[in-house]
Design a protein around this ligand. Structure first.
Ligand code: AHG
Ligand code: MN
Ligand code: MN
Ligand code: MN
Length: 335
């Protein structure tokens, strides 16, 4: 068991790694930590309190908003607004960017993009869900309101990214560009404790995560990749194992620990893929590259894509490098 170190202590210890961030980024990560504890508490009571089910409204995605989507969105937004490091947020659950207008926010250096509750379809059936966040230095002048340009930066400009997985235990995993570190929540003392320092993904993966219900409309290269995974070639560890939870954070986290790849290609319902570039694909891409893996839209590096709009969707292939290389090769050979 690694020596008992809390997330707060670890952030301070690593503070020297955030160039010219003298404490702001540390404080920003602490506000995310606080909101994660509050959302975790509510998730653990779901079913006992009126926090499951939908609110009866649609979000900008055209999805039925779940009560926990809205609850998590409000908690993370207010935790970020309460401190003076963030000048605005963009969220899956907000049509437009949210400008924080208090004086203390206008002089802030950072913007945050988030998927406050990932895997909403799992809430009512007691299966793991998560939160995903992505942090950029603003490009607009300090002292004024944040602008859309602050949020439309390519993923290679992220200063930090992470996720919370509310699973059999609750974990917070993040990177600031100096490796990936995981912290497990101990509810008896209300603290995230360092449990997985310098996480790296096995280079060769044997697990693939995809909703095969969409098989009929997958691109030919993806169909060939699925057949590749299922071929009986024991010398290469095939057939691989299929695991799909229906929450990106949970599938991603398992694949990060064990090796594997998550795929969400274009489908009939989502011709550009379902996952959102800014607050699902980019943060997970930053994490996986820091852990030695790869993230692609099938032809190019996710973090080099120049975003055009907040809720832009892209096809997403993320995980062990050998598996992402293989699906890219099959896609290019079968246009
Ligand atoms: P969200 O709940 O934030 O809208 O994201 C759901 C995403 C992702 O978490 C999951 O892997 C995927 O949608 C599942 O989509 P399908 O149900 O179409 O397979
Ligand atoms: Mn959603
Ligand atoms: Mn999501
Ligand atoms: Mn969501």
């Amino acid at each position: 068991m690694p020596d008992m170190k809390t997330l707060g202590e670890f952030i301070v210890e690593k503070q020297h790694e955030f160039p010219h961030a003298s404490g702001e980024l540390s404080s920003l990560l602490s506000s995310i930590r606080l909101a994660a504890k509050i959302v975790n508490r509510e998730i653990n009571k779901a079913g006992l309190v009126d926090i499951t089910g939908s609110v009866g409204s649609e979000n900008v995605q055209g999805e039925q908003q779940q009560k926990l989507d809205v609850y998590a969105n409000e908690k993370f937004k207010s935790a970020l607004e309460a401190r003076d490091q963030v000048c605005g947020v963009a969220s899956e659950e907000e049509d437009e960017m949210v400008v924080f207008n208090k004086e203390l926010n206008r002089n802030a250096k950072y913007v945050v993009l988030m998927d406050p509750l990932d895997g909403s379809s799992n809430i009512d059936v007691n299966v793991s869900v998560g939160t995903i966040f992505s942090i950029y230095r603003r490009v607009s002048p300090v002292g004024g309101p944040c602008t859309e340009e602050d949020f439309l930066q390519p993923g290679n400009q992220q200063v930090a990214a992470g996720y919370v997985v509310y699973g059999s235990s609750t974990m917070l995993v993040y990177t600031t560009g100096n490796g990936v570190h995981g912290f497990t929540y101990d509810p008896s003392i209300g603290v995230f404790c360092l449990s997985h320092e310098n996480m790296t993904i096995p280079e060769k993966g044997k697990i693939y995560s995809i909703n095969e219900g969409n098989y009929f409309n997958f691109p030919l290269g993806v169909k060939k990749f699925i057949k590749f995974c299922q071929e009986n070639v024991p010398s290469e560890g095939r057939p691989y194992t299929s695991r799909y939870i229906g929450s990106l954070v949970s599938d991603f986290h398992r694949n990060l620990l064990k090796g594997g790849m998550y795929l969400y290609p274009s489908t009939a319902a989502y011709p550009n893929g379902k996952l959102r570039l800014l607050y699902e694909c980019n943060p997970m891409a930053f994490i996986i590259e820091q852990a030695g893996g790869k993230a692609s839209d099938g032809t190019s590096r996710i973090m080099d894509i120049k975003p055009r709009e907040l809720h832009e969707r892209v096809p997403f292939f993320v995980g062990s490098t050998d598996m992402v290389d293989k699906v890219e090769a099959l896609i290019s050979e079968n246009p």
